[in-house]
Ligand binder design. Structure first.
Ligand code: SF4
Length: 278
């Protein structure tokens, strides 16, 4: 595996790695965080995310996950790892866990983003020594959830799993788990969507990470600043703790949902047929 491409916009640095079997994957550095990939592609198929647009080709090994850090240019300051690049960490949890242990051994804490697919693995991830897990909810009714996180568990399944997991957890433990909600114009940003989201978050006792869409892929539009502010106010007025989006995720260079795989040819594991190659 080698670092093959490096692109920066002055804030984010996009790293492209060539794997031994020819695939290219990407990682992104922002602030003091390196956001690493855990799979070649993704099966979950969120329609606003380029990373899963060709389906899943294979899992990354722990070594390939770790190497994204060790092959990054030494000039990049990296104090933490985010498992939030290409792929669903839950689908490759054994290798992800090995990589997490390595990162901890060299003094790097790690956070996770997960769609919660497969739901049977969620508790195991939540029990790992992480610095925070954001569970991508993105919808507060089942139809929109099925549209935005197609292979993810339903809200009902997610709610039941989380309620049972959280029932004996302390407030401090709960604070390390968040619901991520990406606001998409005209899709999930109405007052009623936000009110239902507030009910879910309050019932579970979890914070909401209110995210801005990076509209680089999928033809969806970003919610206006006014609606973003209003959404925040609706959640706050209901008593929900809200974490606001950071600007790194919406940048064109390596922003969320823009990381790509290349070199994918015939070994696709997804049930969907591969699109033509770039
Ligand atoms: S947002 Fe995450 S889970 Fe959804 S397709 Fe992209 S990489 Fe996969």
């Amino acid at each position: 595996m080698r670092l093959e491409t490096l692109k920066t916009d002055g804030f984010n640095t996009l790293l492209g790695f060539r794997l031994e079997d020819g695939y290219m994957i990407e990682s992104v550095h922002y602030g003091e965080t390196l956001c690493v990939s855990s799979q070649v592609g993704c099966l979950v198929g969120c329609p606003f995310c380029a990373s899963g647009s060709k389906g899943l080709f294979r899992n990354l090994s722990a070594k390939e996950i770790i190497s994204q850090y060790h092959l990054a240019p030494k000039g990049l300051q990296i104090k933490r790892i985010a498992f939030a690049g290409i792929g669903e960490p839950l689908m490759n949890l054994r290798e992800v866990e090995t990589a997490l242990k390595h990162f901890r051994n060299i003094g790097l804490g790690a956070t996770f983003y997960t769609s919660a697919h497969p739901i049977s693995m969620l508790n195991k991830l939540l029990d790992l020594p992480h610095r925070g897990v954001s569970i991508s909810l993105h919808a507060s009714d089942e139809n929109k959830r099925a549209l935005l996180v197609p292979k993810g568990p339903s809200i009902k399944e997610l709610f039941e799993t989380l309620s049972s997991y959280l029932k004996d957890k302390t407030i401090r433990q709960k604070k390390r788990i968040r619901l991520a909600y990406i606001l998409i114009k005209g899709i999930n940003d109405s007052q009623s969507d936000l009110e239902k989201l507030a009910d879910i978050a309050l019932s579970l006792g979890l914070e909401v990470n209110l995210l801005k869409l990076n509209p680089a892929f999928g033809g969806f539009e970003k919610t206006s600043e006014q609606t973003y502010e209003l959404s925040y106010q609706i959640l706050k007025s209901k008593g929900v703790r809200v974490i606001l989006s950071n600007s790194f995720r919406t940048r064109p260079c390596g922003g969320c949902g823009t990381l790509l795989i290349r070199g994918a040819r015939s070994q696709q594991l997804s049930t969907q047929a591969a699109e033509s190659e770039p």
